[in-house]
Design a protein around this ligand. Structure first.
Ligand code: ADP
Ligand code: MG
Length: 259
């Protein structure tokens, strides 16, 4: 966690628009994320939070504006003074600078915990197997699952599976970690262990964008809270400002409903 924003942003989004057919979902998003910053995105269902994350890691293509991660425009490269659309291999390489953790874990069911975590480093990044195993083992320990290296996802609780998914996202040494409601699918008693893992990562200086309804997490772990509604950023600021003393009626209404 850091409060400084003096460094160049690791992510810049400018005037990002995204529509599905005639349904305009993102209506001009501007956002800078500083290295090591932890940002919580709150907002009602349908406000475009998942779409924004999916545009950042290019699971969706934007219609207007740009998104830059680590100095590179997502989906494009500069050729001379012209922007040229990237092919799928180059897009995969850009995407691999980001780790994404979904609501539904998305582990490979036929692979062990260790195999899940080394899959991308070995398969996509060409890391040597021995090296990948060493890194993965450390990450699996870090999320508290050292004794589950050879277990299969079905043998784990939801909370344990989600922690494996976090280790897997970390295994590609991402510049940014994106979380889309990582605890929404969990039984209430399993939410805490996943949030604790995420708070650890926040303290270690990872850059994180976390879409969540966990106000407690936003309050304790986020440097900044962004409130989205109707495809816009309605309001943003320090957690104590936004969560305690929101300025906009829509933010107030939302917080009343979830608190
Ligand atoms: P949130 O995550 O804030 O709940 P989403 O980004 O998932 O919101 O969805 C915002 C809007 O975009 C919704 O109206 C949803 O139906 C629409 N949408 C999202 N993904 C798609 C898609 N792949 N195709 C068509 N519409 C989509
Ligand atoms: Mg969503």
């Amino acid at each position: 966690m850091t409060a400084t924003t003096a460094q160049a942003p690791i992510l810049r989004a400018r005037n990002v628009h995204k529509a599905f057919g005639s349904n305009e979902v993102l209506k001009g998003i501007d956002m800078d994320i500083a290295p090591s910053e932890v940002v919580a995105i709150l907002g009602p269902s349908g406000s475009g939070k998942s779409t924004l994350l999916r545009c950042i890691n290019r699971l969706e293509e934007i219609n207007k504006g740009f998104i830059e991660v680590d100095g590179e425009q997502i989906g494009y490269k500069l050729q001379g003074d012209r922007l040229v659309a990237l092919g799928s291999a180059a897009i995969a390489r850009q995407r691999s600078k980001m780790g994404m953790v979904f609501q539904s874990f998305n582990l490979f069911p036929h692979m062990t915990v260790l195999q899940n975590v080394i899959e991308a480093p070995v398969g996509v990044h060409g890391v040597k197997r021995r090296e990948a195993v060493e890194l993965a083992t450390g990450l699996i320990e870090k999320v508290g699952l050292a004794d589950k290296l050879n277990a299969y996802p079905r043998q784990l609780s939801g909370g344990q599976q989600q922690r494996v998914a976090i280790a897997r996202a970390l295994a590609v040494k991402p510049k940014i970690l994106l979380f889309d409601e990582p605890t929404s699918a969990l039984d209430p008693e399993l939410v805490g262990e996943v949030l604790a893992t995420m708070k650890d990562l926040a303290k270690q200086g990872l850059t994180m964008i976390v879409v969540t309804h966990e106000i407690g997490f936003a309050k304790e772990a986020a440097d900044r809270v962004i409130f989205m509604d109707g495809g816009h950023i309605v309001e943003q600021g320090k957690p104590e400002e936004i969560l305690v003393n929101p300025q906009r009626e829509r933010t107030r209404e939302f917080l009343h409903r979830v608190l």
